[in-house]
Design a protein around this ligand. Structure first.
Ligand code: ADP
Length: 242
């Protein structure tokens, strides 16, 4: 299968420390896939390996059948929001997007379209460094959406958003998936993911669950929160020795 993300047996060790171990899952078009786990569970490391920003110790990760760095037109086809890639914060929200649009060969009008789409049109002239965390999240999303990509990879996109922002994000991701895109979104906020994800991947260094949200919660009969703790264990203590 090559119509989304394929992760197979992905493992990452830093010296003696294994932070991701033998993780496999897929993300398909038309689906919002929530990548869930506690802080330190390995979510960002998994996304970094998927994007070629960290080298897997073993296993492989592909997007549309290619490792991301070898994917033709990757920057057009895949929208990314992850720490460490992004604007310098020195320029205005609009200026930064214009640079990125130029790099991608996109018309300037796209910049105004996405600023409107993420609700930043009125603040587009302000410096990114003066943005609130929620505004930065919206700006990062605008960057990810600029090329109208087929697939989105968003690391903790709800962090810093207020309740209106979270609702807006949920509706935006839903509509992007309904248009046939693949959306992989990491989060440690269970309630938010419960509301938006079709499929759930739970990580706690190893894979604890990969499948539909409906199956996980038995069609809503059990809360995602209780299923999450069943699968990853309740204990911060146990975690410290894992
Ligand atoms: P999450 O995104 O789920 O919060 P991360 O993938 O950021 O988790 O981190 C998983 C674990 O890997 C953490 O214990 C973190 O300290 C460790 N880690 C991440 N990057 C490095 C690195 N470059 N060197 C050593 N350890 C790292």
């Amino acid at each position: 299968m090559t119509d989304g993300i394929d992760i197979e047996g992905l493992t990452k060790r830093y010296g003696e420390l294994t932070v991701v171990e033998d993780v496999s899952f897929t993300a398909r078009s038309g689906r919002v896939v929530g990548l869930l786990g506690r802080n330190g569970a390995g979510k960002t490391t998994t996304l970094r390996m998927l994007l070629g920003l960290a080298r897997p110790t073993s296993g492989r990760a592909t997007i549309f059948g290619h490792p991301y760095p070898e994917l033709p037109r990757a920057a057009h086809r895949v929208g990314v929001s992850i720490d460490g890639i992004g604007p310098s914060a020195a320029g205005s929200g609009r200026a930064d997007l214009r640079i990125w649009a130029k790099t991608l060969g996109l018309p300037r009008t796209r910049v105004d379209d996405v600023l409107e789409q993420v609700g930043l049109a009125a603040d587009a002239h302000r410096k990114i460094r003066d943005y609130s965390q929620g505004m930065r999240q919206r700006h990062a999303l605008a960057t990810a959406l600029l090329a109208d990509p087929e697939l989105l990879i968003l690391d903790e996109p709800a962090n810093g958003l207020d309740p209106d922002g979270i609702r807006w994000l949920r509706e935006l991701l839903r509509s992007l998936a309904d248009e046939g895109r693949t959306v992989l979104v990491s989060s440690h906020l269970l309630a938010e993911v419960e509301q938006m994800a079709d499929d759930i991947v739970i990580l706690q260094k190893t894979l604890r669950y990969s499948g539909t949200a409906a199956e996980l919660t038995r069609n809503g009969a059990v809360s995602l929160e209780s299923r999450f703790f069943d699968l990853v264990g309740p204990a911060v203590k146990e975690n410290a020795h894992a």
